[in-house]
Design a protein around this ligand. Structure first.
Ligand code: HEM
Ligand code: HEM
Length: 453
């Protein structure tokens, strides 16, 4: 079942980023097509929702279906529920992508463009996973609940709340809708993807280093401070908007407070490496963890920097936000997911991926991400400054043109890396004909032994 989760996730990664790649090309060649179904406005949410719910969410839940029982030294409470959750999420992403391309959407709210009947199976899948994981934890044979399960289960609980806030109709008008959107958007990335992924890392990182996590207490500190601060910062998406000034200030202060869980988490992970750095060169999972940790720190701190009023004045509405989205969702979440998948799948199947191709995946993804984000950050800072001088909007478009070419180049490398990843996944799961070398050799030497062999 875990392999099916990860296999479906890989499929959505390929599909979602093929759409992303095409969107990147459209910035350079805006007249590439004139088909309504392929227009930028329709395809953009197809990309974001497919990578969010199809790729990252299925990969996280797939790994959790292994981690949650494992750290409680018990079995998953119900495989049936696990399978149903998988089917329902796939259903949501298939129906959602088709609806969006056909122009059927929730009008407005980013990352909640799927209409509610489409999102409902996803919500049911979350409830099923929560019940399943809680039952599994209840059956644990250990006294403590290992920290990974704290993070994973809290992430699901928060996401059910977030989904309700995003889809219940009562506050979806005027400024209330904007505040709900900010809350939804940032809790989505922070309390679903980030909290859940940290849980997964708390299991796989010590396992790959073959030593316990550096500090359990730091992990708990990061857990509670993340809950305290992350839930307050949604309105930092709408600095200078007509929502109350004090609420924006709370969000900015909360964004500064986020330094506490981020520094605590980063320190904990890096210190776990202490005495184990020599293992990095011989491991194909640890480099993925290291990249994830680096971007966890830099990407999150970049977010804090973006939240201030002065910086927001320059960067908001520019591609800087897009660079931040990819540094975090790609640099943190995707790299940690790949680390977990390369760590787990060979254990389940007994088959290793070709090392050289894991290297190709790693380097293309990393270099591609840098080509994608660094020019965007540089160009959008210049663009923000241009706007502040009161220059015409079109000047900013002309200025960005070469940086969008770099993004298309970087995106192509990232896309290529996903093909390598998909092939590596295939190599890790495919059944190969077992050839007994000894038996073949003996048969050749003495055909009369055929019968007995
Ligand atoms: C300390 C932690 C973080 C802070 C303070 C922070 C802050 C911000 C701010 C201020 C923005 C809005 C910028 C603007 O519109 O002007 C933003 C956007 C965004 N952030 Fe973060 N960020 C943090 C961590 C993360 C993480 C860990 C992720 C992903 C796992 C993430 C994903 C995103 C995404 C996807 C957007 C774009 C939202 C949109 O579509 O407008 N951030 N962040
Ligand atoms: C081949 C790899 C990828 C390419 C070429 C790509 C390209 C793009 C493009 C062109 C956009 C639209 C930007 C805009 O509207 O200005 C976008 C948006 C976005 N993509 Fe990707 N993407 C890729 C992979 C991913 C992955 C794997 C994730 C998440 C795990 C992701 C998350 C996002 C998010 C959150 C946004 C919205 C950004 C925002 O509003 O700030 N992308 N992507």
């Amino acid at each position: 079942m875990v392999l099916w989760y990860l296999g479906c996730a890989t499929f959505w990664l390929l599909l979602g980023t093929t759409v992303g790649e095409y969107l990147g090309i459209k910035f350079v060649a805006p007249d590439a097509d004139s088909v309504a179904w392929l227009s930028f406005g329709r395809l953009r949410p197809v990309h974001t929702n497919a990578v969010f719910w199809g790729w990252c969410s299925l990969a996280m839940l797939g790994l959790a279906n292994y981690v949650v029982p494992r750290v409680g030294n018990t079995k998953l409470a119900s495989y049936k529920m696990g399978w149903w959750a998988l089917i329902l999420i796939n259903l949501t992403v298939v129906a959602g992508s088709l609806c969006l391309m056909a122009g059927i959407n929730n009008a407005g709210g980013e990352y909640r463009e799927y209409i509610w009947p489409v999102m409902l199976p996803f919500a049911i899948a979350l409830v099923l996973s929560l019940i399943n994981f809680l039952n599994t934890v209840a059956r644990r044979k250990t006294t403590e609940i290992y920290i990974a399960n704290w993070y994973i289960i809290a992430a699901i609980i928060f996401t059910i709340v977030i989904a309700l806030v995003a889809y219940l109709p009562w506050w979806q008008n005027g400024l209330g809708e904007t505040i709900a959107q900010g809350y939804y958007m940032h809790q989505g990335v922070g309390m679903w993807f980030m909290l859940f992924t940290l849980g997964v890392v708390y299991y796989f990182l010590p396992q790959q280093l073959n030593k316990p996590i550096y500090s359990y207490s730091l992990g708990i500190l990061a857990f509670w401070t993340q809950i305290l601060f992350y839930t307050l910062i949604g309105s930092h998406h709408f600095v200078f908007s007509p929502i109350p000034w004090w609420l924006q200030t709370v969000a900015i202060v909360g964004s500064m407070g986020m330094a506490i869980p981020v520094i605590a988490g980063t320190t904990n992970f890096l210190m776990t490496f202490k005495g184990g750095w020599h293992k990095v060169s011989g491991s194909y999972t640890l480099p993925f963890f290291i990249v994830g940790i680096i971007f966890y720190f830099t990407g999150s701190m970049q977010g804090t920097a973006e939240a201030f009023r002065t910086t927001n004045l320059y960067w908001h509405f520019t591609d800087f936000t897009v660079a931040h989205s990819h540094l975090t969702m790609y640099g943190i979440i995707c790299f940690f997911m790949w680390a977990g998948i390369y760590a787990l799948v060979p254990r389940l199947t007994g088959k290793e991926p070709p090392q050289i191709l894991v290297g190709a995946h790693f380097w293309l993804a990393l270099i591609g991400l840098m080509f994608y984000t660094v020019p965007l950050m540089y160009g959008s800072t210049l663009k923000g400054m241009l706007w502040m001088q009161g220059k015409p909007f079109i000047d900013g478009v002309v200025l960005m043109a070469p940086y969008w070419v770099w993004r298309a180049v970087g995106g192509s490398l990232m896309w290529l890396s996903h093909l390598f990843f998909a092939y590596n996944f295939y190599r890790m799961v495919v059944k190969r004909k077992e050839v007994s070398v000894a038996a073949t050799a003996i048969k050749k030497l003495n055909p009369s032994l055929n019968q007995s062999l």
